[in-house]
Write a protein that binds this ligand. Structure first.
Ligand SMILES: Nc1ncnc2c1ncn2[C@@H]1O[C@H](COP(=O)(O)OP(=O)(O)OP(=O)(O)O)[C@@H](O)[C@H]1O
Ligand SMILES: [Mg+2]
Length: 277
């Protein structure tokens, strides 16, 4: 593992720096995401959701569930400032905004957040190593991340370290389009991890994978979040993925928070109700 990931080179793993977050009034500093009266409508559409109050503490693994069209992806994008809100206020990682974050706030947010999506978004004709280093794009000096040959030596070392964490170091020089779906998703996780994110957002990260590989991907997410002290927010339609890899489950239904509970308190019937009730 590189020195950058292993701060004191004695085996302790990278953890994001602990900072006092600039919280909204009345929001504890340990809260990494907080929304008040959050509403979102697309042009000419009825509200996707309204009046959402959500608080997510740092270091938690949160599963966001709901049926197709419930608004999970929309909510994730609003929380990280990628979509403007129609109503209310959001605090994410100490950045408080209404409507949309300022350009500076958005830049600060992007530096602290890693994203993983269902279709992994790798550049197929590039090597795995280059794809992982491209996770640094948008960070200071990130233009050097366009290709691994331009990248700083310590970034190449970091990329190899995160590839080892997802157990794919042996694929560093393979082209990304030669990977299986599960391998590609592990590379996408490595690419998010190299940003040393405080917050990892994953929108249906296991949706297109077979059951065994889906469980493997969820285990990697969950273990990395715990080991590195990263807050993980993921969406899923899979009840087992929601129940087995989260500390908290937030269910969206009919434009509202249907429930928001510690995972240990959620029973299967409640889960069924979200999708069918
Ligand atoms: N860009 C857009 N323009 C207009 N309406 C949109 C847009 N994106 C999403 N919607 C609508 O907003 C609602 C919520 O969509 P969203 O994709 O957030 O749901 P979801 O819970 O992520 O669904 P899924 O489980 O299918 O991914 C849907 O009715 C959808 O049609
Ligand atoms: Mg979605």
């Amino acid at each position: 593992m590189s020195a950058a990931l292993d701060e004191n080179a004695t085996g302790s793993r990278y953890r994001p720096p602990v900072e006092v977050l600039q919280a909204m009034d009345g929001v504890p500093a340990s809260t990494i995401i907080s929304t008040r009266d959050l509403g979102k409508s697309y042009a000419n559409g009825k509200p996707v959701f309204a009046g959402l109050k959500i608080d997510i503490k740092s270091d938690q693994r949160v599963a966001l569930i709901g049926s197709n069209g419930a608004g999970k992806s929309t909510l994730l994008k609003c929380l990280v400032g990628l979509l403007p809100l129609s109503n209310g206020e959001i605090m994410t990682l100490g950045e408080t905004f209404q409507s949309a974050p300022s350009a500076t706030q958005l830049q600060r947010l992007r530096r602290q957040i890693g994203f993983v999506f269902q279709n992994h978004g790798l550049v197929g004709r590039q090597t795995v190593l280059t794809n992982v280093i491209q996770g640094k794009l948008g960070l200071p000096g990130g233009w050097r991340a366009w290709h691994h040959s331009l990248a700083r030596e310590d970034w190449r070392e970091e990329a190899m370290a995160v590839l080892a964490e997802v157990r794919l170091a042996d694929k560093a020089s393979s082209r990304a389009d030669q990977l299986s779906g599960g391998q590609a998703q592990r590379i996408a996780i490595a690419r998010a991890l190299i940003r040393k994110p405080k917050l990892l957002i994953a929108d249906e990260p296991a949706a297109s994978l077979d059951p065994a590989v889906g469980r493997e991907i969820m285990t990697i997410f969950s273990d990395l979040a715990s080991e590195h002290g990263i807050t993980l927010v993921y969406t899923t339609h899979d009840m087992e993925h929601a129940l087995n890899y989260s500390d908290r489950i937030i269910a969206l239904k009919a434009g509202r928070v249907h429930f928001d509970l510690p995972t240990a308190m959620v029973c299967r019937q409640q889960m069924e109700d979200v999708f069918h009730g």
